[in-house]
Write a protein that binds this ligand. Structure first.
Ligand code: ADP
Ligand code: ZN
Length: 657
């Protein structure tokens, strides 16, 4: 009897064996229907020899082959690779590939969904510097696997340049995949794509309707959708003719998936490109230290656009020392920033105030007893959302109405908001500069791509004078009439023990600053800070990334911190403190040791309570040549972790909460 391994899209570590009935001739990559328990499910015929262990009498049979293009070998190797690297069940990775697939046939009408992007459609005329950059990327497209960092200042035309690389891939009949950190905020990007190629690309993200998802998946798998633009999950799509991967804003933390299979889409994009023998292009005005180091050692090529397009100058960046010019009591905007705002509005120009905090105030405190309103499920403060008249936990979503009296001491009218969120800044500007038309841009005020696109349009059409926004305003937007950017609290991201706090703060604030002065009128950026002498603030004011990143590298290298060494986190969680502690202690006792291996912890996680679960962390650090995966596999096998505790492994962690 012939048997084949079939991988099912569920968290199974390996493929299961099935018998092949007469008349079927399944090959690796074929999508097939098989029985599982009392259900019929689909799976993918996998590689390797089936295990002879299962008795023939117990073996169940394949039911049918499904009419879908088979998964190609490079994609199957990619699925295996990601599973091994992230220590995830292979079936869970396959599930990400098959997320848009349904065995039932679709009633046919795909033509009205995907046109063919036309590489010969007339695009903008590139400047000589842009042409030179585009030529190098185009050359890379025909050369098999390579990684190129495309960097250059905000507004240099990096997008226009890499669209030429996509055109080159299209001319060869290949598919191109573009990963963007936040597809919901990419309306302007999509408009530009359509201008360049005459049609919209296929989109892939979590907000697609089930029908659109199925139609898109089919078109991608059949090679009909030539360009796919998506969030990180698009990386797992079956693209049979994959010829190019672009990762835009490659430094973005949003590329890290933190749930289920925990992976970094930028890093895995490079792996997928290698396995498909296709080029990858990583794009950023503020590349991550990982990517910079790879380009310095020559593993990655580097193409740089040093100037803004069309003679637009980079904005002037100045720090506002809040020790010398503090805002008035109970206010958050300093005199220099307020003066700059009113000057901007009088000139008929637009301004942006940036504060990475949703809601009205991050903390509510009782003035009488000092009680702080905290989430019952998380070690976190409740954030006041005044417009919605409630308190909300930003970690678990728990909400409650603002209590009329202090829940601890019962005092009346004693609860006071502490610190600002975007709503509170809006209130402050409304009182001081009431004529300015205001728009809040935050994930809760702009739910979904349509709202974000409408907000973007309102700004470009000058229906708004002032934007008050969280980090969603930092990314990619091109607002030609926006000339002033004010950073309300530049120190916010520097608190806490995150390895990349400085790097991230620099990247984010530099991106925000890059929204100013993108057309003829020059831009000004005012950064409110209590420590203008901090290296991050100095680098922002000087507009110079290189010395700052060199200093970052010099700090991380001796201790073998990434990218000069490897990290893996073990996050333990349990319903009770005792179980969490027992599990943490068991892992602590059996931790790996040896030359070039360090284990930090166990320690309570900064978010020691999250969604009602108690959390402990361990961090494994190894020198670069030592892979953490085998160490962790052996570690988890020998530690006696209580069954009620859950241990998640995060390879290359970027969040340390
Ligand atoms: P970056 O991605 O480097 O920040 P963009 O690609 O967004 O820069 O370009 C900034 C703006 O300049 C965009 O509106 C873009 O359409 C425009 N632009 C860039 N290059 C050209 C060009 N060669 N011709 C016309 N417009 C261009
Ligand atoms: Zn909570």
């Amino acid at each position: 009897m012939r048997r084949v391994p079939v991988l099912l899209p569920y968290p199974f570590a390996t493929a299961l064996d099935y018998a092949v009935p007469e008349g079927l001739d399944p090959k690796p990559g074929d999508v097939v229907q098989v029985p599982l328990g009392r259900r019929d499910v689909f799976g993918v015929v996998w590689d390797g020899t089936p295990e002879a262990g299962v008795a023939e009498t117990q073996m169940r049979s394949l039911l049918s082959s499904l009419p879908v293009p088979p998964l190609q070998p490079p994609l199957r190797r990619f699925i295996d690779w990601v599973a091994a690297y992230t220590l995830s069940p292979t079936g869970a990775v396959l599930a990400m590939t098959m997320r848009g697939y349904r065995p039932q046939a679709l009633r046919q009408k795909p033509e009205d969904f995907f046109g063919s992007p036309d590489p010969a459609h007339p695009g903008p005329v590139l400047s000589p510097a842009q042409q030179a950059a585009a030529a190098r990327l185009t050359e890379a497209v025909s050369g098999g696997f390579s990684v190129t960092l495309l960097d250059g200042v905000t507004g240099a035309g990096k997008t226009e340049v890499y669209l030429e690389a996509i055109a080159a891939a299209l001319r060869r009949g290949w598919q191109a995949l573009v990963l963007l950190p936040e597809i919901a905020l990419s309306a302007q990007w999509l408009e530009r794509f359509e201008r360049r190629f005459g049609v919209a690309p296929a989109l892939w993200h979590s907000d697609l309707s089930p029908r659109t998802r199925r139609v898109t998946w089919q078109a991608v798998a059949a090679g009909q959708a030539a360009v796919v633009v998506g969030a990180r999950s698009a990386l797992f799509l079956p693209l049979p003719a994959l010829g190019l991967i672009v990762v835009d804003e490659e430094h973005e933390a949003a590329f890290k998936q933190e749930e289920g299979v925990i992976y970094h889409a930028r890093d895995m994009a490079v792996v997928r490109a290698r396995l498909a023998d296709a080029p990858a292009i990583l794009v950023s005005a503020t590349p991550s230290l990982e990517t910079l180091v790879n380009s310095e050692t020559g593993r990655y090529r580097r193409v740089t656009l040093p100037f803004r397009h069309g003679g637009a100058r980079l904005p002037e960046v100045e720090t506002v020392d809040l020790r010398r010019t503090p805002p008035e009591r109970g206010h958050f905007l300093s005199a220099p920033l307020l003066a700059a705002l009113s000057k901007t509005f009088s000139a008929g120009e637009q301004a942006l105030l940036y504060l990475n905090r949703r809601g009205y105030a991050p903390l509510t405190l009782c003035r009488r007893c000092g009680h702080r309103l905290e989430c019952p499920n998380c070690s976190a403060w409740l954030v006041e959302h005044r417009a919605a008249r409630l308190l909300q936990c930003h970690h678990c979503g728990h909400t409650l109405p603002l209590p009329p009296v202090c829940p601890a001491c019962g005092a009346q009218a004693s609860l006071t908001p502490i610190g600002p969120g975007v709503e509170r800044i809006t209130e402050e500007v409304a009182a001081l500069l009431p004529a300015a038309r205001r728009l809040i841009m935050a994930s809760d005020t702009l739910p979904g791509p349509k709202a974000a696109a409408a907000a973007g349009r309102a700004i470009t059409e000058r229906a708004v004078d002032l934007v008050i926004g969280t980090q969603i305003v930092a990314k990619g937007w091109h607002f030609p009439h926006l000339t002033l950017v004010g950073v309300v609290d530049a120190d916010l991201g520097l608190a806490g023990g995150d390895l990349r706090a400085g790097e991230r703060t620099f990247q984010l604030l530099h991106q925000v600053a890059g929204r100013a002065g993108r057309a003829e009128a020059p831009g000004l950026v005012l950064i409110q800070t209590y420590c203008p002498e901090h290296p991050v603030m100095r680098a922002l004011a000087a507009g110079d990334l290189d010395p700052f990143m060199r200093a970052e590298a010099a700090e991380r290298r001796p201790g073998h911190w990434p990218p000069f060494g490897r990290l893996a986190a073990l996050i333990i969680s349990a319903a009770s403190v005792e179980t969490a502690d027992a599990a943490a202690a068991a892992l602590g006792r059996t931790a790996p040791s040896g030359d070039g291996i360090t284990v930090l912890g166990p320690a309570a996680a900064p978010l020691a309570l999250l969604r009602g679960r108690h959390r402990r962390r361990l961090l494994l650090k190894t020198e670069r040549p030592i892979a953490p995966q085998p160490l962790i596999r052996a570690w988890l096998a020998r530690a006696k972790v209580p069954r009620q505790a859950r241990v998640r492994v995060d390879i290359d962690p970027t969040s340390f909460l």
